[in-house]
Design a protein around this ligand. Structure first.
Ligand SMILES: [Zn+2]
Length: 486
């Protein structure tokens, strides 16, 4: 494969929707917000075919553009002077429009947005691969884009122009070419904003998941002056799997938010349906029925998880003016720690959703989110005593104080340590004034700043002074002995 730097690939502008800040600034006083509504499949078989045709059109354009890129790379290998199509939406779309009459003679059946979405998606995939290769993108290595098969493709299409409306009856959504769709839930939350000019719809994505149809809108919404939290104060939040969150506030009140662990609850029926499916002939009515049953279980799990995360983060943002959470290395937790059942429950708790949600919700309320240092051993240090707690067995709920031998609740102790972070939580007495981290001006506050963006780092306030390891004290991972000498 030819080095991508050798091709004259421009940075793709195709990721307009994923990072609106890069292509245009959000106007002062506005925030970016998404709205999702489930819609019914139309009764008219022709309308259903039209929707499916759009999904297929998007997939076709993706594969077509990928073939173009691959052909260019091969040609360049043979002849370095070969003029490739630049890897950006405009150039690839222009080439597609020039060739669609022969490559896709049926192109008029779908909205041009179907093809545009496919090419834009490929540009994002190419950019991700390039960035991953050069080291500009963190995380797991991204492979070179592959041809999308009909079976595995995420059926969706994004409309950015044309008639995109939420009708005043609050049940009807109008999209270009596809026409009207009946929403299964009230669209009031968006309709009332759009009707008064407080929301501008930038794009609408029609997608299929679990055999159901969803329309998601990405909008600019006038920033709403949320009321400041009534209770205020600072809270430490320990995220976990036994309890989704254990919250301790300034007054020392402990609030425990249970973890619904929806996957664990559905494991038995999932196994049964999975077995049913494997015993039936693919393509048969029975196989399809079992598949639909499995999809229904999946959908319920995803929705319960999302709901639990939203309720927790909304409550935290609406109650406290400052929230301290841990910087969990979830990827490492899922990869390495212990039994498979443990790793499964890490994924099931969906802890990864909480930080991004808290980031934008705290910003809306004008609150501050503090992320404690990743190496801060919040569950190891005995709050108010300073000893290193002894674990009777791995991941035990009750830990033992090394000095007095009393039993200490792991989660609430960790939450107290986080609340007082980065003050010297290990040596101070309970409730001692913890120095508040100096919050860099401009971050975390400001309604319009970056609310709605889903990157985890966004509006969080990261204290400037991070806890440095004392001389002679090794900087170790959380969960291993750390303060043995103290
Ligand atoms: Zn102790």
């Amino acid at each position: 494969m030819v080095d991508p730097a050798a091709t004259d690939a421009a940075v793709s502008p195709g990721e307009k929707k994923r990072s609106p800040r890069k292509t245009f600034g959000i106007p002062e006083g506005w925030i970016a917000r998404g709205f999702v509504f489930e819609v019914a499949w139309p009764d008219d078989p022709e309308a259903v075919a039209r929707i499916r045709s759009h999904f297929g059109g998007r997939r076709f354009a993706y594969n077509w553009a990928l073939a173009q890129v691959k052909a260019d790379l091969d040609a360049k290998k043979l002849d370095p002077a070969h003029a490739s199509v630049p890897w950006n939406l405009y150039a690839l779309r222009k080439r597609f429009n020039a060739e669609k009459a022969t490559a896709a003679p049926w192109w008029q059946e779908n909205s041009k947005e179907a093809y545009s979405t496919g090419i834009a998606d490929l540009c994002v995939a190419l950019k991700n691969w390039k960035d991953s290769k050069s080291g500009a993108r963190k995380g797991r290595k991204v492979g070179f884009p592959r041809c999308r098969s009909k079976r595995k493709d995420q059926a969706r299409v994004r409309f950015t122009t044309g008639v995109i409306r939420v009708e005043p009856d609050r049940r009807t959504i109008t999209l270009p070419v596809v026409g009207t769709l009946h929403s299964l839930e009230s669209t009031r939350c968006l309709e009332r904003l759009a009707a008064t000019g407080k929301a501008r719809i930038l794009s609408a994505t029609l997608s299929e998941r679990w055999g159901r149809l969803f329309v998601s809108f990405s909008c600019l919404v006038a920033a709403h002056p949320y009321q400041a939290p009534t209770k205020g104060g600072r809270a430490g939040v320990d995220l976990g799997m036994r309890m989704l969150a254990t919250v301790v506030d300034d007054a020392g009140t402990i609030t425990e938010v249970p973890n619904p662990a929806p996957l664990r609850a559905t494991l038995t029926p999932r196994r049964r349906v999975g077995r049913q499916m494997s015993r039936r002939i693919p393509g048969s009515i029975g196989h399809r029925a079992a598949k639909a049953k499995l999809a229904r279980l999946d959908r319920r799990v995803v929705h319960l998880r999302r709901e639990a995360a939203h309720q927790l983060t909304s409550w935290l943002a609406g109650t406290y003016s400052e929230v301290v959470i841990e910087d969990l290395d979830l990827a490492a937790m899922k990869r390495s720690m212990g039994r498979r059942a443990f790793r499964r429950s890490v994924s099931d708790a969906a802890l990864g959703q909480i930080r991004p949600q808290l980031t934008y919700k705290m910003a809306w309320r004008g609150g501050a989110l503090t992320i404690a240092d990743r190496w801060f051993a919040s569950s190891q240090i005995h709050h108010g005593c300073g000893c290193r707690l002894v674990e009777p067995k791995k991941l035990a709920k009750q830990l033992v104080c090394a000095t007095t031998g009393e039993l200490v609740d792991r989660d609430s102790n960790a939450a107290r340590n986080l609340r007082d972070w980065p003050g010297d939580a290990s040596c101070s007495s309970v409730g001692a004034a913890a120095p508040k981290p100096s919050s860099p001006a401009g971050s975390g506050g400001g309604l319009g700043s970056d609310a709605g963006a889903s990157d985890a780092g966004g509006g969080s306030v990261r204290p400037l002074q991070s806890r440095k390891a004392a001389p002679g004290e090794a900087r170790t991972r959380k969960g291993t002995p750390r303060r043995g000498a103290a």
